[in-house]
Ligand binder design. Structure first.
Ligand code: SF4
Ligand code: SF4
Ligand code: F3S
Length: 390
């Protein structure tokens, strides 16, 4: 226990030093962090100073209706990366999958972390929360809903990791047999008033402000990119506040642009050059995957820039369309392999006409598509083939 207290009193610089990180590596890490959070290089000294003094925050991680993919994503790094440096530097007081303790000891660890850090700990949630029958998912005899509301009551902020926690994800997909909801929807439904299914205790000892008022950061993706999860933690450690969010609660630094905005295959899209099958000449030449169902134009995530596995690649780079896994209802959005958004058969014909000299036709249709796309981007709605054909 004393050891744990000592660890919790360590600041982040102590923690990194104890992992053998030199000052030089620490500053390199701060530079990478600034770049990851889209901050100017002039912010590097401020980040270094803030991180050096930051206390290791207590983090309670609850996993509900999920597949463990989100935790796997974060813990799969094989080398010393920003994500595992940061992850090792937090005080992860409770995590169903990673903790050594089990049974009563595990639950006692959660209660102790809550007691000792009431109002200050971060609550990370992966998985959605069932509401139809509390028996669908319980932990230590407690319903997911009860455990979530009880733990959320003392949290400084809640981070919904993965599309299941952020938007309901696969458990929420039609016909949603468990009545699964996202963290945000649960807070909206039960955060202030409670429900028959929720014990009064969950709401009662809420002295850290209303559950309904808790800041929620959504970090969607199925699973989310590890560096994005730790980027959010780093921002909190550095600035002591949550990052700037979009209207769906996603950090703008990572979700401000669509996959399509930053996709390296974009020049082929703009020229109307599309792979028609997974093994045709277009696919071999790396043409745009739109016709194979790519949802990049309506999907907001950082895959095209941060990539996966230490910047190795991302789905489109390995030849597969983006499935839109970081968007609400991506599972119910129609076939993964059917084009839903931008051009139609006619656009590729238009490109041929353009090449043949009918430039005006191509430019006009391109401008129409581009203007519809801009509207869709601005309003962040899906543009369908039907919309474009109107
Ligand atoms: Fe699994 Fe995807 Fe849900 Fe994460 S978001 S728990 S990876 S299904
Ligand atoms: Fe890239 Fe997909 Fe956009 Fe084509 S449609 S440019 S593959 S994001
Ligand atoms: Fe998901 Fe699309 Fe990235 S499927 S992993 S958001 S490229």
């Amino acid at each position: 226990m004393n050891n744990k207290k000592n660890l919790n009193e360590q600041n982040l610089a102590d923690s990194l030093r104890s992992q053998g990180i030199s000052r030089r590596s620490f500053l390199k890490f701060c530079a990478a962090t600034a770049s990851m959070m889209a901050l100017p290089p002039s912010m590097i000294p401020a980040i270094a100073s803030a991180l050096e003094q930051a206390k290791r925050p207590s983090v309670i991680w609850l996993s509900f209706q999920e597949c463990t993919g989100c935790t796997e994503s974060l813990t799969r790094a094989h080398t010393a990366t920003i994500e595992n440096l940061i992850f090792d530097s937090i005080s992860l007081d409770y995590h169903h999958t990673l903790q050594a303790a089990s049974g009563d000891a595990a639950e006692a660890a959660r209660e102790e972390a809550m007691r000792e850090n009431w109002g200050k700990y971060l609550l990370v949630v992966d998985g959605s929360i069932p509401t139809l029958d509390m028996g669908y998912s319980t932990i230590a005899g407690m319903s997911n809903l009860d455990m979530f509301l009880e733990t959320a009551a003392g949290a400084a902020a809640i981070i919904s990791v993965g599309t299941c926690a952020a938007f309901g994800g696969i458990p929420h997909a039609h016909p949603n047999p468990t009545g699964a909801y996202s963290v945000y929807d649960i807070i909206k439904r039960y955060g202030s008033s409670g429900t028959d299914g929720v014990s009064a205790a969950s709401i009662k000892h809420n002295s850290a402000g209303s559950v309904a008022d808790k800041p929620i950061i959504t970090v969607p993706g199925c699973p989310p990119i590890p560096v994005v999860i730790t980027g959010v933690l780093t921002h909190y450690l550095t600035f002591g506040m949550i990052p700037e969010l979009d209207h769906l609660g996603r950090p703008k630094a990572f979700y401000g642009q669509s996959i399509h905005d930053r996709c390296y295959r974009r020049p082929f899209y703009d020229k109307g050059l599309f792979a028609e099958t997974f093994d045709d000449e277009g696919a071999k030449k790396g043409w745009c995957l739109y016709k194979l169902g790519c949802k990049g134009p309506t999907t907001y995530n950082a895959c095209a820039t941060t990539k996966w596995n230490n910047g190795t690649s991302f789905p489109i780079e390995s030849g597969h369309p983006c499935l839109g896994c970081s968007e609400p209802h991506f599972w119910d959005g129609g076939s993964f392999y059917k084009a839903l958004s931008m051009p139609t058969e006619d656009l590729s014909k238009t490109a041929i006409y353009t090449a043949a000299g009918a430039a005006a036709v191509g430019v006009a249709l391109g401008a129409l598509n581009s203007s519809k796309k801009s509207t869709a981007v601005a309003e962040h709605t899906k543009t369908t083939i039907d919309d474009l054909e109107k």
